[in-house]
Design a protein around this ligand. Structure first.
Ligand code: WT7
Length: 630
């Protein structure tokens, strides 16, 4: 690959990187995918276990509701655990975990499998059946992984709600999914404090009525309310003989739902993105193996939370499918000191670190010395995800953390894509800030409003023109919304909601969202959720939220508020509103700025013109305002 002449700022792989990589030369994959796309994916699928092989790799008879590996029967939890327990891997560590308080635990594949079977038996004893939704609301402890895999084992559909979300976000997600069972922790440690998850859940359960059973996992140990007949401690249930029975795995079909995960869209409530056992399994297996280059002896640390797609795919499923060792850390990055992460990389010999640009920028401000005092030589691959990585942060990550030995794998993807879609393989030349090329065989374009490809280095809308195995199957409860949202604007193509440029070498540079999604510290939030939380406060008549650039967070939330008549703006009210948002949506949605106004710029049809607000917040010219009402 060294011979290719690329333009601009280019980093070439070292001979060591090439010698060690799972995939030496991507052109093998490109060729195979070009000749026989379905056969290319079937080969990967054949590396995993199936109770029954598929009849068809891609079924496009009802597109955009594509199906993959139809007729096949498999189970992702079986492939993550049982498949390895039958081999030498039974005694291998599946998981190393460290709590924020320094406590640590390890689990072999044998042990994890055992705990998953026991948990699955408990769910079955609560009459959880195939297809039933189970909501999981916990911090980063081993039980969240056990609970997810237990659901998958019996064909139940997990709906993990990020532990940083709060009452209204949790209520909405429980209600929409109609979960009968909630799995919750008493609390989680964050920056030395306890987040009282069970209290938040109790409040949500007063608003949402579907839940009959609550399994409570003890982590922080403070007193919690336990409702008789509804709430039970996990450690007590786990002692019951029923937990100890054999747990036969559900032989799910490829297209049986595995999980739903709520994500913010352009309008209205968050959407429940649905993924399935077969295609999602193959997609996460392959991308973990070749992009993150996970190998048998590797310890991989994906710093995301299991409550987001990154955690689903690259903390839990992808690494376990590959038989690797997961590392998971409970707490905040800079707690108690900014060397906490580097200390753990040294202590546990982490080989692959996969994190977000916002975290990297956060570390940069503390300087190089915190990292420099640690031996980081175990690291082989550095990954980035969640938002565009600015070249400055890329270079710092490469130099200070990777010591110029480790390729930076900048992976672009989404909750909806389930798996990495644009990324360099470790052996490719890298350009800081670009995710390079789409997965072999996947065609992507950058187009204008009409769907015509734009010229090199011109900005346009990023679309995907080829189906891929982990693609979103539907929006749970609202299939029409999936068609309208992703598949209507450009017929036959999937609309990502991002803008991008493609350079003269074909490298893709993702710029950011073109819809009403705001990426705050890599977290995906919708203006609609924030605004509706504002107006649920008694003082607020109307609200508009926008994202403005922020040095560390990427974007920060700027909110414009119209107060109800006769109410006066004050600093106390600003503080109260910020607390209200944290209580309803979650601390991540706390606005950076709140400004009180008398009017909001609207179109004649009443739609808030966020573009005008953004220009105002940034002191820029609002451009064309001919559609403005007044
Ligand atoms: C949006 C999807 C995919 C896992 C985490 C986020 C942005 C994600 C990158 C990247 C530039 C990125 C996009 C995308 N994004 N990764 N490497 N470079 N932008 O999943 O919460 O569904 O958000 O995150 O804007 O559309 P998500």
């Amino acid at each position: 690959m060294g011979q290719i002449e690329l333009t601009g700022d280019v980093y070439y792989p070292s001979p060591e990187t090439i010698a060690n990589a799972n995939l030496k030369d991507r052109s093998e994959f490109d060729k195979r995918a070009e000749q026989d796309y379905e056969g290319f994916w079937a080969d990967f699928a054949n590396e995993l276990d199936w109770f029954q092989k598929w009849d068809k790799v891609i079924d496009d008879s009802e597109k955009p509701f594509y199906k993959w590996f139809t007729g096949g029967r498999t189970n992702i939890s079986y492939n993550c655990l049982d498949r390895h327990v039958k081999t030498y891997r039974r005694n291998k560590l599946a998981l190393i975990w460290e709590g924020e308080d320094g406590e640590h635990r390890t689990m072999s594949y044998f042990r994890l499998h055992n705990d998953v079977c026991r948990f699955a038996n408990l769910l079955k004893s609560m009459a959880v059946k195939k297809g039933d939704r189970v909501t999981i609301y916990m911090g980063r402890t081993p039980e969240i992984i056990i609970a997810m895999l237990a659901c998958a084992r019996i064909g139940a559909v997990h709906s993990v709600v990020y532990g940083g979300f709060s009452v209204e976000s949790l209520t909405e997600r429980i209600e929409d999914s109609q979960s009968r069972v909630l799995i919750v922790a008493d609390g989680a440690y964050q920056r030395g404090k306890i987040v009282k998850l069970k209290d938040i859940a109790d409040e949500a359960l007063q608003r949402a009525g579907t839940v009959e059973h609550v399994i409570v996992v003890k982590r922080t140990g403070q007193d919690v309310y336990m409702e008789p007949g509804r709430d039970m401690w996990y450690h007590e249930l786990n002692k019951l003989p029923i937990a100890n029975q054999p747990c036969v795995v559900e032989e799910t079909s490829s297209e049986d739902p595995l999980f739903i995960l709520y994500t913010s869209g352009t309008t209205g409530k968050p959407k429940a993105i649905l993924h399935t056992h077969g295609g999602y399994m193959v997609g996460t297996y392959v991308t973990t193996k070749y992009y993150l280059d996970v190998q048998d002896a590797d310890r991989i640390w994906c710093t995301a939370d299991p409550g987001w797609i990154t955690g689903h795919s690259y903390i839990v499923y992808g690494p376990l499918l590959n038989g690797a060792t997961i590392f998971m850390y409970e707490g905040a990055p800079y707690h108690p000191y900014p060397n906490r992460w580097w200390q753990m990389i040294e202590k546990y010999g982490i080989n692959i670190l996969y994190t977000a640009p916002t975290a990297i920028r956060g570390f940069m401000r503390f300087g190089d010395s915190w990292a420099n005092r640690h031996d980081l030589s175990s690291l082989r691959i550095l990954g980035s995800v969640g938002e565009p990585i600015n070249p400055e942060a890329w270079k710092w990550y490469h130099r200070v953390i990777g010591r110029e030995r480790c390729p930076v794998i900048d992976t672009w993807w989404q909750t909806e894509t389930g798996m990495h879609m644009i990324s360099p393989f470790p052996t490719m030349p890298l350009k800081p800030g670009s995710g390079s090329l789409p997965f072999p065989g996947v065609k992507m374009e950058v187009v204008d409003e009409q769907g015509n490809p734009v010229k090199a280095n011109e900005e346009g809308y990023l679309i995907i023109k080829t189906p891929w195995p982990a693609m979103v199957r539907t929006i749970f409860n609202d299939p029409q919304r999936m068609v309208d949202q992703y598949w209507t604007k450009y017929p036959g193509a999937y609309m990502t909601g991002d803008s991008a440029k493609i350079d003269e070498d074909g490298y893709i540079w993702v710029i950011g969202r073109v819809d009403d999604v705001i990426k705050v510290s890599g977290y995906r939030l919708g203006t609609a959720e924030i605004e509706s939380a504002f107006v649920s406060h008694h003082a607020v008549a109307e609200a508009a939220a926008i994202g403005v650039p922020h040095e560390i967070k990427g974007n920060a939330i700027y909110a414009y508020i119209i107060l109800k008549q006769n109410l006066q703006p004050s600093d106390e009210l600003i503080e109260e509103l910020r607390k209200h948002i944290a209580h309803e949506v979650g601390p991540i949605a706390k606005p950076e700025h709140i400004e009180f106004v008398d009017k909001l710029p609207k179109t004649r049809s009443g739609k808030i013109m966020r573009r005008v607000l953004k220009a105002q917040a940034m002191g820029e010219d609002p451009g064309n305002i001919s559609t403005l009402e007044e």
